[in-house]
Design a protein around this ligand. Sequence first.
Ligand SMILES: *Cc1c(COP(=O)(O)O)cnc(C)c1O
Length: 361
Amino acid sequence: MSRNVLAQVSQSALRHNLQQVRTFAPKSKIIAMVKANAYGHGLTKVAKTLSDCDALGVACIDEAVKIRQAGILTDIVLMEGIFKEDELPQVLEHNFTLVVHHWQQIQALKNYPHQGGEKFKIWLKVNTGMNRLGFASHEFDEAYSVLKDLHCVEIIGYMTHFAQADDKQHTLTMRQYERFNEIVGKRVGERCLANSAGIIAWPQTHADWVRPGLMLYGASPFADSVGKDFNLIPAMSLQSEIIAIRDIAEGDKVGYGQTWENHHKTCKVGIVAMGYGDGYPWHARNGTPVLVNGQRVTTVGRVSMDMLAVDLSNVKHVEVGMPVTLWGKDLPIEEVARHALTIPYELFCRFTERVHVEVIS
Ligand SMILES: *Cc1c(COP(=O)(O)O)cnc(C)c1O
């Protein structure tokens, strides 16, 4: 690897965070969310590391097949179910579980030329206010009874998704919870509501299953905190190195658009091999924190495609080749996200092919 850009992923941190989910929700089974390349952490390796959870959650069948092909036998839930009818044979072949959220999916199950005794295991999705996926309260009874009568279907349970669980004051979460219970009623089957924010902030909603994503990777779903506040450990450390150092005179500016100016007598600036071509956010403003050799510094000027600049004036000994951490254990990704006007979720998902993901124990 000529260009030293690396996302190091710690298996022990992932396992610790899974254990933390169990501590928060001791009575619930866990669907560990590994969609979107396990939030950028590497799909199959993360799935393997977390494979003693109760199920793995993905966005589509391609992700699910990759996990099976890696030899992982844990149950896998397709959180948006099938997109096309022709996915159904593969669903049975690999024993995937489907979320059913739309009439077209029910129609596809009805059309399935069913022979033999194999059944599609399904979660029925209920819309309680997110207004993204799921059957509305007036559709639910019918969706349920159609599915109930299909011989090829076994209803595992019912799911809904919170729209604002990251706001601990907001009343919507409890209203969604109550709506869900009203709609599902006393029907036989498991219940599953909480994402990371629900797991941490809304214990009443834990029910039979929880669906952690972000917290498994060690980040906080709340805008005003970091993973450490909930005894979570960042699983990823994004690393690079200093490739050039230069002295900047007073009044000189740095980078595209010349958006940062040196107001001191002199200033030492380091150039880091990391840019938006790697997935680092272009939006990161002047002053975004970065660690150089473990010391906290800040970015100056605009992020470019392959590089960014940092102010090294307060770092005593600097040299080319020094290690740089863009986020990780001692620099919460939540902080970087705030400076880039985004959320940790998006930062994790932005990596390009150029970033080598290395899994360590
Ligand atoms: C991604 C996802 C989750 C996980 O959410 P986090 O906020 O990352 O914990 C849970 N449920 C569904 C339906 C999802 O799509």
